[in-house]
Ligand binder design. Structure first.
Ligand SMILES: Cc1ncc(COP(=O)(O)O)c(C=O)c1O
Length: 499
C-alpha cells in the first residue's frame, strides 16, 4: 500500500509501504494469479507474436517519481509482459529441453526469497549450507552414485548446487587446470607455469553443448572437439579419444580434461564413459560428465545403466531444474575429491572468516563456485523430494518417456517422415524424408503458426526437427494434436516445394 502523510495542504508522498497485512492479501492474490495462469496456459499462444523492441513503447521511459499502486502493476502484467512471453510450461511447448516447474518448488522459492540469506559460508546461514549438503546426498543416493561422491559426515567428496550446467563445466575445468599445473610442478618445480598452461589441451565431443567450448575460451585453454558420427549414434568412442591423446602428447601438449556428455543437446546421445573413463584415469585426465538434461532420468533403475562408468569420473553434473521438478536454478554437481575444487578457488579475506572454518566439520560453499553469493536453493529440492517422493519423480520421468515413444510411433507410422536418432528418453529427432529446405520450411511454418513450438538441430548435415517433451502437464492428447498440426503443415509444404 502506498500512502500520503501530512495535512490537506502539505501532502507529502512517501515510498511504497506494503505492510504485512497488505502483503498477506496481495500474496494470496498472486498465488491465485499464478494458479490461473498455469491452469489456463494451454489457451495461450505458446510462442509470442511480437517484434524486437515491442516492450519499450508500452512502458514509460523512466521509473516513476511517485509510487504506482499495486493494482497498476498487476494490470500491466497482461498488457506489457504476457504478449512477449514464450510459455515454456504450455503443454504445446516442445523446444530446447524442459525447464522444471512444480508447485512445491515455487512455494519453497517464496520462502527462500523471504529468508533472503546469502549462504556463502556455513556461518552466513548454517541451514542454507547444511540442507544443501544433505539434499545433494539424498539426490546422489537416488542416482546410486558411488559412495565417493557422497559427503556424509566424513566423505572426501560431495555435492554443490551451481546455477547452471555451464558454470559446473567451467568450475570443473578450472579445478582440472589447477590440478594439472600442480601435478607437473610437483615433479618439475623449475618449469614456468605459463609454459605449462600454454600446452594444456582439453577435449569434448563435437556434439557437446556450446557451453563446453565456451568454458575452454573463458579458461584460456585449447579445447578440441572429438568427432562422432551417425554409425556410432553420435557417441564419443574410446579409441578416438585414445588416438587424439597420443597425437597431442607426441606434439608436446598436455591433455588434462575431458568433458563427456550423457544426453547431448542435439539428439540425446550418450558418450561411452565405461570406455572413456579408464583412459582418462590412466592419463590423469579429469573426466567431467555433463548430463544436463538426461541426468534426472538416472533415478529410474531402467535408465541408471546409462550412468555406468560414473565411477571413473572426477565430477558429474546435471540440471535438476530441467527434468526433476525443481524450478530454475538448481544445477546439481558432485565431485569425488572436494579438495580439488576448494584447493583451486580458495580465498579467505578476514571479513569472510568465521570460528568454525578450520574445524573440518563444515562446508563453505563459496570455495566451490565462481560467485561469492548464493541463494537458499536447497529448500526447493527439500520440498520437491518430500512432496513427490522418489516414486513420484520416477513416475514423472517415465510419463515423459512414454509420451516421447508415443510421438515416435506416430512419426514411424507415416512413410513421409523418418526418425533421425534413437529415442532413449523424452526427445524425438525427426524429419521429412527429403531436402533440408523442405524441413526448414516446415519448421518455419510450425513456429509461425505459434500453436506449438519446436527448435531444430543439425545431424550429419541434415536439418532435423527436435520434439522434446517439456511441460509437466503434457498429455497424450497434446502430442496427438501437435502431430495433427505438423502433418497438416507438412502436406502444404510438400505440395509447394520439390523434396
Ligand atoms: C547437454 C547440455 N549441457 C549444457 C547445457 C547448458 O545448460 P545451462 O543453461 O544450465 O548452462 C545444456 C542446455 O540445454 C545441455 O543440453
Amino acid at each position: 500500500m502506498c500512502g500520503l502523510i501530512g495535512g490537506a495542504d502539505d501532502l507529502v508522498h512517501f515510498s511504497c509501504t506494503m505492510d504485512t497485512t497488505e502483503f498477506r492479501r496481495r500474496g494470496k492474490e498472486m498465488v491465485d494469479l499464478i494458479a490461473d495462469y498455469l491452469e489456463n496456459i494451454e489457451q495461450r499462444t505458446v510462442y509470442p507474436d511480437v517484434e524486437p523492441g515491442y516492450l519499450r513503447s508500452l512502458i514509460p521511459e523512466e521509473a516513476p517519481e511517485d509510487p504506482d499502486t499495486y493494482e497498476d502493476v498487476v494490470k500491466d502484467i497482461e498488457r506489457v509482459i504476457m504478449p512477449g512471453v514464450t510459455h515454456w510450461h504450455s503443454p504445446y511447448f516442445y523446444a530446447y529441453f524442459p525447464t522444471a516447474n512444480s508447485f512445491p518448488a515455487m512455494l519453497a522459492d517464496m520462502l527462500s526469497g523471504a529468508i533472503g540469506c546469502i549462504g556463502f559460508s556455513w556461518a552466513a546461514s548454517p541451514a542454507c549450507t547444511e540442507l544443501e549438503t544433505v539434499m545433494m546426498d539424498w539426490l546422489g543416493k537416488m542416482l546410486k552414485l558411488p559412495e565417493d561422491f557422497i559427503a556424509g559426515t566424513h566423505g572426501q567428496g560431495g555435492g554443490v548446487i551451481q546455477g547452471t550446467a555451464s558454470e559446473a563445466t567451467l568450475v570443473a575445468l578450472l579445478a582440472a587446470r589447477c590440478r594439472a599445473v600442480r601435478m607437473i610442478l610437483a615433479s618439475d618445480p623449475q618449469r614456468p607455469e605459463t609454459g605449462i598452461t600454454s600446452k594444456l589441451v582439453a577435449y569434448s565431443s563435437d556434439q557437446a553443448h556450446c557451453s563446453v567450448e565456451r568454458a575452454g575460451m573463458i579458461a584460456g585453454v585449447r579445447m578440441k572437439k572429438i568427432p562422432t558420427d551417425q554409425s556410432d549414434k553420435y557417441a564419443v568412442q574410446g579409441e578416438t579419444l585414445r588416438r587424439m591423446i597420443q597425437e597431442d602428447k607426441a606434439a608436446g601438449l598436455i591433455p588434462f580434461y575431458f568433458c563427456a556428455t550423457l544426453g547431448t543437446t542435439p539428439s540425446c546421445a550418450f558418450d561411452h564413459i565405461t570406455e572413456l573413463g579408464p583412459i582418462c584415469n590412466a592419463e590423469k585426465i579429469w573426466m567431467h560428465i555433463d548430463a544436463a538434461y538426461a541426468g534426472s532420468s538416472f533415478i529410474c533403475p531402467e535408465f541408471r545403466p546409462l550412468l555406468n562408468g560414473i565411477e571413473f569420473a572426477d565430477s558429474f553434473n546435471f540440471n535438476a531444474h530441467k527434468w526433476l521438478l525443481v524450478n530454475f536454478d538448481c544445477s546439481t554437481m558432485w565431485v569425488k575429491k572436494r579438495s580439488d575444487l576448494i584447493g583451486a578457488f580458495k580465498m579467505d579475506p578476514l571479513y569472510l572468516k568465521h570460528d568454525h572454518q578450520e574445524s573440518g566439520m563444515i562446508t563453505d560453499y563459496r570455495h566451490w563456485q565462481i560467485p561469492l553469493g548464493r541463494r537458499f536453493r536447497s529448500l526447493k529440492m527439500w520440498f520437491v523430494f518430500r512432496m513427490y517422493g522418489l516414486k513420484g519423480l520416477q513416475d514423472y520421468i517415465r510419463k515423459h518417456v512414454e509420451l516421447a515413444k508415443e510421438f515416435e510411433s506416430l512419426v514411424r507410422a507415416d512413410q513421409r517422415f523418418e526418425i533421425s536418432a534413437d529415442v532413449v528418453l523424452g526427445l524425438v529427432c525427426f524429419r521429412l524424408k527429403g531436402s533440408n529446405e523442405v524441413n526448414e520450411t516446415l519448421l518455419k511454418r510450425i513456429n509461425n503458426g505459434r500453436k506449438i513450438h519446436l527448435v531444430p538441430c543439425l545431424l550429419s548435415g541434415q536439418f532435423v526437427l527436435r520434439f522434446a517433451l517439456c511441460a509437466r502437464t503434457t498429455e497424450s492428447r497434446h502430442i496427438r494434436e501437435a502431430w495433427r498440426l505438423i502433418t497438416q503443415l507438412a502436406e502444404e509444404v510438400m505440395q509447394e516445394l520439390p523434396h
